[in-house]
Design a protein around this ligand. Structure first.
Ligand code: MN
Length: 209
């Protein structure tokens, strides 16, 4: 089975300042994301040993562990390029993404309000996700608690925001709302557009893995 690797950030650790400080980005990428990569690989190793008859494993526990860590790896792999330095990031979407947002939510402002509310109200730790649903050919917003729910949905995430405390606490303390409000200044709409177009092609290659 394939092993996962930590993808490099597509910008410098301080590139998202002042909205997300360098210390957060460095720890978040090098420690937290790396831990999910390691955790997913460790679970795969156990499954492989089990398949070869070399080890007895608690299949349910290992599957759960894999789902959590793999989910974390995938979500962060989407999250980093979903952002870009202020100036390049921020503003409004164009293209197919803008059309679908208008069609689904009525306007960009309405979408932004709903997505922000979803992010601010995730219970405990998790994510808000904008996803393209190839079955209905529409966008939808959903919440993810921890990382686990990602693969229960056939929809393809195109824009995600991490609302685990490790994503903002060093800068915003417990003020998740200000973090979410400021995050819009670094949203990379070019990347969202690319993901929507890829998802329209049945989701193939949209994760960029
Ligand atoms: Mn995170």
């Amino acid at each position: 089975m394939k092993r996962y690797e930590l993808p490099p950030l597509p910008y410098a650790y301080n590139a998202l300042e002042p909205y997300i400080i360098e210390e957060i980005m460095r720890l978040h990428h090098q420690r937290h994301h790396q831990a999910y990569v390691n955790g997913a690989n460790a679970a795969l190793e156990k499954i492989e040993k089990h398949l070869k008859g070399e080890a007895q494993i608690d299949v349910r526990a290992v599957m759960r562990d894999f789902s959590f860590n793999y989910g974390g790896h995938i979500m962060h792999t989407i999250f980093w390029p979903n952002m870009a330095p202020p100036g390049k990031g921020g503003g409004k979407p164009g293209g197919v993404a803008a059309d679908l947002i208008d069609k689904t939510f009525g306007s960009f402002e309405k979408f932004k309000d709903l997505f922000s509310a979803a992010a601010k109200t995730v219970e405990g730790v998790g994510w808000a996700v904008l996803a393209y649903d190839p079955l209905t050919e529409e966008l939808r917003i959903y919440q993810v608690e921890k990382h686990n729910l990602l693969i229960t949905s056939g929809a393809v995430p195109v824009l995600v925001i991490d609302v685990w405390e490790h994503a903002y606490y060093l800068q915003y303390k417990n003020d998740r709302g200000s973090y979410v409000d400021n995050w819009w200044n670094v949203v990379n709409w070019d990347d969202v557009e690319r993901r929507v177009r890829a998802a329209q092609n049945h989701g193939r290659s949209s994760l960029g893995l």
